[in-house]
Design a protein around this ligand. Structure first.
Ligand code: B16
Ligand code: MG
Length: 217
């Protein structure tokens, strides 16, 4: 039966990880410790609250709850300074074509992201109107690898999990898709994302040919 697609945002449609990194690094440095790009890998696909926990753990820093809320706000404000400068030129290779092709074929698709800034980002990229549904960090109570985000997306697309194809770059996201009973496509290192049904090195490998194969009924 008819397929539907669910796209992760960061690492699949756009590389916002570099901006998250700059903002978390500044926060770490202000707190008196370093935060490397390698350590930043741990934050991919992870919620904002969980990201802060991981960061503070790296620095061996303990903070009271109110302080954590305050610095998360500061981090987000810093992050937004980068995000609000973004344009269509930052869409990852091939992804605009894929979205336009699905639209043309009337294949429904949703966003399935952990980010609370997802709508703002899709606006900046001028992609928001293409999506049939958007499910983001504001809509879920349980973060990936919990399948909630993708199950809500399937519901919004009026389809069932087994008809959904999820495109993800994070381990937690691939896991969530698998638990949901969806087809998972991992973008990135195939050893890291070895649980995915299909592995691609980068978004440029998600070709129209591959999409055609995936939507064959
Ligand atoms: P925000 P995704 C995730 O987006 C990012 O990968 C992750 O690094 C970030 O902490 C999370 O969004 C929350 O983002 O602070 O904007 O709410 O990959 O699920 O699209
Ligand atoms: Mg991601």
């Amino acid at each position: 039966s008819k397929k539907a697609f669910i796209f992760d945002l960061d690492g699949v449609i756009v590389d916002t990880a570099k901006y998250h990194y700059k903002a978390w690094k500044k926060l770490a440095n202000d707190l008196g410790f370093d935060f490397t790009e390698e350590q930043n890998e741990l934050l991919k696909g992870v919620s904002r609250v969980r990201s802060l926990e991981i960061l503070l753990n790296i620095g061996g820093v303990n903070l009271p709850e109110e302080e954590k809320i305050k610095i998360m706000q500061d981090k987000n404000e810093h992050y937004l300074q980068y995000i609000t400068q973004m344009g269509q030129d930052e869409i990852l290779e091939g992804m605009h074509e894929v979205l336009l092709y699905l639209k043309e074929q009337t294949i429904p698709f949703s966003l399935g992201s952990a980010s609370k800034n997802a709508r703002l980002i899709l606006n900046q990229l001028e992609l928001i109107d293409l999506f049939d549904a958007i499910v983001d960090g504001n809509d879920v109570s349980k973060a990936k690898p919990d399948p909630e985000v993708f199950l809500i997306a399937a519901e919004k697309l009026k389809t069932t999990p087994e008809n959904c194809v999820v495109i993800e770059d994070a381990i937690a996201g691939v896991e969530a898709a698998n638990i949901a009973g969806m087809v998972s496509i991992g973008i990135g290192d195939k050893n890291t994302l070895n649980e995915a049904d299909f592995n691609l090195n980068s978004t440029s490998e998600l070709t129209i040919e591959m999409i055609k194969e995936l939507i064959k009924e």
